[in-house]
Design a protein around this ligand. Sequence first.
Ligand SMILES: O=C(O)C1=C[C@@H](OP(=O)(O)O)[C@@H](O)[C@H](O)C1
Ligand SMILES: C=C(OP(=O)(O)O)C(=O)O
Length: 438
Amino acid sequence: MPVNPALTALWPAPHASGAVDATVHVPGSKSVTNRALVLAALAAEPGWLRRPLRSRDTLLMAGALRAMGVGIEEGVGPDGSGEAWRVIPSGLQGPTTVDVGNAGTVMRFLPPVATLADGPVRFDGDPRSYERPLHGVIDGLRALGARIDDDGRGALPLTVQGGGALEGGPVEIDASSSSQFVSALLLSGPRFNQGVEVRHTGSTLPSMPHIRMTVDMLRSIGAQVDTPESGGEPNVWRVTPGALLGRDLTVEPDLSNAQPFLAAALVTGGTVVIPDWPARTTQPGDRLREIFTEMGGSCELTERGLEFTGSGSIHGLDVDLGEVGELTPGIAAVAALADSPSTLSGVAHLRLHETDRLAALTKEINELGGDVTETADGLHIRPRPLHGGIFHTYDDHRMATAGAIIGLAVEGVQIENVATTAKTLPDFPALWAGMLGN
Ligand SMILES: O=C(O)C1=C[C@@H](OP(=O)(O)O)[C@@H](O)[C@H](O)C1
Ligand SMILES: C=C(OP(=O)(O)O)C(=O)O
């Protein structure tokens, strides 16, 4: 995706001169788009993906699947409405090379797919991808019969020696550093000879809504999945081998990327409407209705979408974000502007996300005059009057949007490399300006 050089420098975060009043159409969900691409590629027949997110992470996923022989064509959808991708599965091929960028979904969901290719698939990515944990996928796949060449660190780069099929069966992994280990093994599970039974052995498991999203999407494409919630053992998921159907799926807006816009309503005491907010969803961003209400806003789902209104005051809160870790940077930004302290907990694993998010948030908010301290599993945030300055983003899209939230209330905040938002929301600067009426 071409990057506008002007945006890689310093971007003056717009300061809000009054209450925002806007409707913001948020592009599709990264997590849904990348699961849908993998499942459609593994299906027995072609399928449609409508309103897919087109961002760095999803274009990397599409590019990787194409490199393995899957057809992904531009189209307008079976009923002629909306942009769509037509996904045409085929025998998966190697040798090939996959660039994962810094996309957790690509680096974790695709090695299991590559075991089904008929030759080697090499995985490489951004420098940060070498530091992000992958041991659950590597060790798990080896236990299920895969051959993988790596350097023994449990991380990228690596080569999966695809053998055209994988035996599958029961496997134990510790997914306490990423729920994506569980999702990765489940998504390809229907195509393994014996299916897969994943048992998580660690003490904590983050991001449960994302595992539910995996299970829901598997079921919707014809897979049989047994889960702890459907009467199975705690921490055990079982996928039966079987063919997957070609479906016509419309991607929901990315509710985690709706966060900065909802935050703008909260911070400025205004109103923001997000059209197409789903009435029922597995996306973790749906928790924002409750969290931002506790922080001082109010919201209603109407036929226009989610209407969120700020009251003019922002309150701190004590909250365990273990299930919804990707919301932490945006919540921390709002908490730094609140009228009382906050404690965010349950998110130790954020140290291994796009950057060490706990360290990055602490440093950047404190450099604007804030008072944030890291705890063992989160942040203590004591609001103080903030001043302008440079907000560094460490190639982390959610750091950039967190800085933009602070900039609404604090004059003179400059975001370094706002273009990093292209990971999941390439239109962010324009959407932000549009919301502010600029
Ligand atoms: O499966 C997914 O789509 C995701 C799962 C979560 O990962 P972790 O469990 O590694 O936090 C989340 O933070 C990430 O943004 C997307
Ligand atoms: C953690 C995130 O991404 P990834 O899918 O790369 O893990 C995120 O988007 O907040």
